[in-house]
Design a protein around this ligand. Structure first.
Ligand SMILES: O=C(O)CCC(=O)C(=O)O
Ligand SMILES: [Fe+2]
Length: 280
């Protein structure tokens, strides 16, 4: 499977990017407006935060879903029975934000959300008429006034060798939301499952932005835009001793949006959360 790198400034960027999203569920953008130096600064200061005891002051809120999720409460992917080898912090505009870090991640939240909204407009504009006819309202409208978009700062600790057999950094999963944007992480490891059932490495060169379709957009588009299964592999060799930090931003629609004849956003989300919680 090929992931064409689309130049954000190319005259055919929107078409090329959406073709890739349609064919693979993933799109890769270069020369986009998000500053990878800002992202690298966030990686560095949050790595220090995850290395400190301060993180425990912000233990996750099981209802609101903001704050710090330790490896002991990290996610178990649908269809998997082991917890992922990761800890993370959920940032919402209304949620708790650690006093120990700068406002860089909050700035990134705003810039990332604005770019994700623009890319959603690209998706709308490049949906064939029969697909567009399925949307209960234009895609950009689905996110208007929504405060559920989530920035997750993710830390995959170095491997210690005592991990439970079969547990991985991030087990194979699809994202629940509309669209996810993910700047190049500090280390490789992200893979996508191709239609041929083979795993493919996603490019992770400095400054690239990886974008993928989530389950809600797959549902709303009648599967025209597929939510492709992806995972984060455990590192081997020297990489075992290194942390990996990544920064997915999950663009979410309003809870009352009708996704399809079967689901509203709320019913879809509740069903998925039920599946996740059922395993804890
Ligand atoms: O860390 C990564 O590169 C991907 C993370 C991811 O897929 C997720 O958190 O949903
Ligand atoms: Fe994901």
């Amino acid at each position: 499977m090929q992931f064409p790198v689309v130049n954000y400034h190319s005259p055919t960027a929107a078409q090329d990017f959406c073709k890739s999203l349609h064919e693979t569920g993933f799109g890769v953008l270069a020369n986009h407006p998000l500053d990878q130096h800002l992202v690298d600064g966030i990686y560095a200061e949050w790595l220090a935060f995850f290395g400190s005891e301060a993180k425990h002051k912000y233990a996750q809120d099981p209802v609101k879903f903001d704050g710090y999720f330790s490896p002991a409460v990290s996610e178990t992917a649908k269809g998997n029975d082991k917890r992922d080898l990761k800890e993370f912090y959920h940032i919402y505009p209304w949620g708790r934000y650690p006093a120990e870090v700068s406002d860089a991640a909050q700035r990134y939240y705003k810039e990332g959300s604005a770019l994700a909204a623009e890319l959603l407009k690209w998706v709308e504009d490049n949906s064939p008429p029969e697909v567009r006819a399925r949307y209960s309202e234009p895609l950009p409208k689905m996110i208007e006034g929504c405060d559920q978009t989530l920035l997750r700062v993710l830390h995959y600790p170095p491997l210690r060798g005592n991990e439970e057999p079969g547990s991985v950094r991030a087990a194979a999963h699809g994202d629940i939301n509309l669209l996810t944007i993910l700047p190049a992480a500090t280390e490789p490891g992200l893979q996508v499952l191709g239609k041929d059932q083979q795993w493919y490495d996603v490019p992770c060169d400095f400054g690239l932005l990886i974008v993928n379709i989530g389950d809600m957009l797959e549902e709303a588009s009648g599967h025209y835009y597929p939510s492709t299964t992806h995972r984060v592999l455990n590192p081997t060799g020297e990489g075992r001793f290194k942390s990996r930090v990544s920064l997915p931003l999950f663009l979410h629609p309003r809870r009352d949006v009708v996704l399809s004849e079967r689901y509203t956003v709320k019913s879809y989300f509740d069903e998925r959360m039920q599946e996740l919680r059922g395993k804890k």
